[in-house]
Write a protein that binds this ligand. Structure first.
Ligand code: ASP
Length: 418
């Protein structure tokens, strides 16, 4: 029998998850059954991906950098990576603004629906606002301070500190290049072999992916909020999806025209990572799969992918950037606020920074949105307006986030001199 490829297995798992979720939410007691007996397997799948994320960054980045043999190559790659990430993010926010201003989804929400949504979700929104308040309290250079851990083991013990682990791994890799090769050899052999072991673990986890996504989608369906309220947000959701779609089309055009790559190859290569991103809503949890696919299917060298992708997972979120723009302007439209050109330019700046600052976990985008709203003078209570559809939309924006990282790794791989 012909072997079914991984992405088909994952798609079948997702499809069955939705069907089972719908069936079980249609009778009383069904949802509890899914929550008690199916959801835990989804959680186990996400946990196993997260489990491997920090060891993967450590082994793969140290191996990647120590393979470089030359520090100047690292700094040119670093500059190219950061500049490309920044450019794609600014383009993404601008597309978001363009789409939301053209379609004006907030103009069709009645005062009644607005009050209803705010009443239904104000508690959830307040919770996110409190987290954002904490974030805002720190000084402007705090992100820089946060980059350098005071204790490696502490940093490695929390997936939220991925940037700190990246910092340590880069430092470690650089030090390995700077000492004589015969001295660094045992450490290098160790990390090379650790890297192989970790890649094998990812393979093992991915064989379970179809079951994992099945469980995740089934539990998501049974836990979906009130359908009537979701309906009122359809135009907003469509606007965001259009924005995300435009970004994906731009990526594909760029890959075809400028990188001269075969699109079918790119799509088939990255699809499993996109499906995992969709099911987990987390770029960080998807990172092991993204790295595996980009290296093995898209042929990007480890020294590039191991550097570009972990950094991208944490700072490059084009989908989140589109979302910041669309959501902020949608809320402003709902409240009847007219945003001037200056206000919108301000949104480009804050939304870019917010998407960089957002953690690569589910719902991180809505937390940093508070900062964009505050900066633009848009009522923060509006957060409650978009809450009902935030989780499903998070799934789509995470797909774009992961695809953007993969594209940038192709760009860096093409323009980085070897
Ligand atoms: N869930 C997204 C990610 O992990 C972040 C967001 O909430 O927009 O990439």
């Amino acid at each position: 029998m012909k072997k079914i490829s991984l992405h088909w297995k994952i798609i079948i798992g997702m499809f069955l998850g939705v069907i089972i979720g719908l069936i079980f939410s249609s009778f009383s007691g069904g949802s509890i059954y899914i929550t008690n007996f199916v959801k835990p397997f989804g959680t186990i799948f996400i946990n196993s991906l997260k489990l491997i994320a920090i060891p993967l960054i450590l082994a793969s980045l140290i191996k990647g950098i120590s393979d470089l043999k030359d520090i100047s190559k690292l700094s040119s790659m670093g500059l190219l990576t950061i500049m490309t990430y920044l450019t794609t993010t600014i383009i993404a926010v601008s597309i978001g603004l363009l789409v939301v201003n053209s379609l004006g989804p907030g103009k069709s929400i009645s005062d009644e629906t607005r009050t209803e949504l705010i009443n239904a979700y104000s508690n959830d929104a307040n919770e996110k606002r409190d987290i954002a308040e904490e974030k805002k309290k720190s000084g402007p250079l705090q992100p820089l301070v946060d980059l350098v851990p005071s204790n490696f083991l502490n940093a490695a013990s929390n997936n939220k500190n991925m940037l700190q682990v990246i910092f340590f791994s880069i430092l470690f890799g650089i030090a390995m290049i700077l000492i004589p090769a015969e001295k660094s050899k045992p450490v290098k052999t160790f990390f090379d072999s650790l890297n192989d072991v970790i890649l094998k673990i990812i393979d093992i986890i991915m064989t379970c992916a179809p079951f994992g996504v099945f469980a995740l989608l089934a539990s998501l369906i049974v836990e979906a909020p009130n359908i009537d309220l979701l309906k009122s947000l359809i135009l907003y959701s469509i606007t965001l999806l259009v924005g995300l779609f435009v970004v994906i089309i731009i990526y594909l055009l760029f890959i075809k025209i400028f990188l001269k790559r075969n699109l079918r190859e790119f799509i088939n290569g990255i699809l499993p990572a996109q499906l995992v991103a969709f099911s987990t809503s987390s770029s960080a949890a998807t990172l092991p799969v993204t790295m595996d696919r980009v290296e093995n299917e898209l042929g990007v060298k480890k020294e590039v992918s191991s550097f570009v992708l972990p950094i991208g997972a944490t700072i490059n979120m084009d989908g989140t950037a589109v979302y910041q723009a669309v959501a902020a302007v949608f809320i402003a439209q709902t409240f009847g606020l007219d945003l001037s050109l200056i206000d919108q330019l301000g949104i480009i700046t804050t939304a870019t920074l917010a998407s960089i600052g957002a953690a690569a976990v589910p719902s991180a985008g809505i937390i940093v949105l508070v900062i964009v709203l505050a900066q633009a003078g848009i009522p923060e209570a509006g957060l409650a307006l978009i809450f009902a559809v935030d989780r499903p939309l998070d799934m789509f924006r995470t797909v774009v986030n992961v695809t953007g990282d993969a594209m940038v790794s192709l760009i860096v791989s093409k323009f980085q001199k070897s």
